[in-house]
Ligand binder design. Structure first.
Ligand code: AHR
Length: 500
């Protein structure tokens, strides 16, 4: 039995929509096949973008999309991906499978995709193998409205009006694939490169994202902030809007990783316990950020997160294609609740990756497309976007196997602009259901309804059985005074909407 107390008159921070963001890299079948099939494809498309994929992503209200990488970003030279397609340079995607990248999806195509999705744009620049000039010219090409060589080139390529770049990443994983730099060296590069990321548009600022740490590399966070804050005049502090953090869940460690679909109870709890580690990472990196930025002006940007398993048998190891089960739904549910609970600091997060790669929300095979359990979690949680996190207290038993213990129920609660309260809760036990009592202090409950995702821990959707795991109505919601009673089946994720 678990018990939750919600203080409906204690609103905390705003849950930025961007926390429900996605990431799409030139990796495997994410961009090509998964999103972009080209105008001549027999797969229904608008300007080359798959209609089924765009429609599914709009349904979960995708708020922002990060592109073109990832490790790919620090080898990407944007001028290769503009102009007539047949004349675009072909290159080798050295990071991901050594395949030929024909650059048919470039800057214009990215903005067209975001236009169709109605989402914000997050472009990741190249520090590792690019130059300051190259980055400055890209920003000019994308955002300048006047007469200039880059703005003229954009017009020549068919785009009269500049686009809006909402977020711009100064490199990616610069401690690793983005140049193997030391923190102080990178921080100096950040200061140099970001100087030339100009704001050309009145009333619109580009949010500059500084490359952050890998997992628990707290030294990186401290050194970078020290160089960018303590050793920088105060008037320049505002030039960093976000600091990134990357964390992937590998149940069996980086080398072995483990199967996406075959696992036992112990590995299941190990995976969930590793997902919970995100909470500690945010708290510890956040505490360092508080020292330099006590007013929390710099957002923590978790622009890569998710499960990373061994690739599906028979697929290219460089393509990172994996299936997605109810265990992934648990990881998504836990992680998104953690982000909501830390919404005072976490201002954006991007699931890795959107289609056909790692913990994807959509998988495609030719003209077929399926929604994964993770997709349905994003569907349940979309109601938190722009809500006010509410103060709450959960009393739940610990469950698990051996050393891998986790709280049985994970949750977060928010209030939307109409006053409705949204609760998302996950029962992590794959063996037992649990009763959950939810006391909503300060609210007269008029109406409560909910939806649920539930299944055996290995359950997944396949191209033969696309709706094996799907949302259903949550039945048996009881109301008594200011308290709701609900039963959460084993391995389930719920969204409950309460109106007063
Ligand atoms: O998402 C796959 C890869 O993981 C990204 O390219 C890189 O940034 C990270 O190591």
């Amino acid at each position: 039995m678990a018990r939750l107390t919600v203080y409906t008159d204690r609103p905390l921070s705003t849950i930025e929509p961007e926390v429900y963001g996605h990431f799409s890299e030139h990796l495997g079948r994410c961009i090509y096949e998964g999103i972009y099939v080209g105008e001549d494809s027999h797969i229904p498309n608008v300007n080359g973008m798959r209609c089924d994929v765009v429609e599914a992503l709009k349904h979960i209200r995708i708020p922002v999309l990060r592109w073109p990488g990832g490790c790919f970003a620090d080898e990407y030279h944007w001028k290769d991906g503009i102009g007539p397609k047949q004349a675009r340079k072909k290159m080798i995607n050295t990071h991901w499978g050594g395949v030929v990248e024909d650059n048919s999806f470039g800057t214009h195509e990215f903005f067209e995709l975001c236009r169709q999705l109605g989402c914000k744009t997050y472009v990741n620049g190249n520090v590792g193998s690019g130059t300051v000039q190259e980055m400055a010219e890209w920003v000019e090409y994308m955002t300048f409205d006047g007469v200039s060589p880059m703005a003229d080139l954009r017009r020549k390529n068919g785009q009269e009006r500049p686009w809006k770049v909402d977020y711009f990443g100064i490199g990616n994983e610069n401690w690793g694939c983005g140049g193997n730099m030391l923190p102080q060296y990178y921080a100096n590069e950040y200061r140099r490169y970001r100087t030339y990321v100009r704001d050309f548009q009145e009333g619109h600022r580009i949010n500059r994202i500084c490359g952050g740490a890998n997992v628990a590399d707290y030294e990186w966070t401290r050194e970078v902030l020290d160089t960018c804050f303590r050793r920088t005049p105060p008037e320049c502090h505002g030039k960093m809007d976000g600091l990134s953090l990357h964390y992937y869940v590998h149940p069996e460690g980086w080398e072995i990783k483990g199967s996406a679909t075959e696992f036992d109870s112990e590995v299941y709890y190990k995976t969930l316990s590793k997902a919970y580690y995100m909470d500690e990472l945010i708290a510890k990196h956040g505490a360092i950020m508080d020292e330099y930025d006590p007013d929390k002006k710099v957002g923590m940007i978790v622009d890569e997160w998710g499960t990373w398993f061994t690739v599906e048998p028979g697929t290219n190891p460089g393509f990172l294609y994996q299936q997605n089960t109810m265990r992934d739904a648990m990881v998504a549910g836990i992680t998104l609740n953690i982000f909501n609970q830390h919404s005072d600091r976490v201002k954006m997060a991007n699931l890795a990756q959107m289609v056909n790669v790692l913990q994807a929300v959509l998988l495609t095979d030719g003209e077929q497309m399926i929604k994964t359990p993770t997709y349905h979690v994003f569907d349940l949680y979309k109601h938190h976007q722009n809500g006010k996190l509410l103060d709450s207290q959960m009393d739940t038993p610990q469950i698990g196997q051996g050393e891998w213990q986790v709280p049985m129920v994970s949750h977060s609660v928010s209030r939307d602009s109409s006053g409705a309260v949204h609760l998302t809760a996950v029962n992590l036990s794959h063996q037992e259901g649990t009763a959950l009592d939810i006391q909503l202090l300060g609210m007269d409950i008029r109406k409560a309804r909910g939806q649920m995702l539930q299944g055996e821990m290995h359950q997944m959707n396949t191209f033969a059985q696309p709706d094996n795991v799907a949302l259903e109505e949550l039945t048996g919601l009881g109301v008594q005074g200011d308290t709701l009673h609900v039963t959460l089946p084993p391995c389930s994720v719920v969204h409950i909407c309460v109106e007063g």
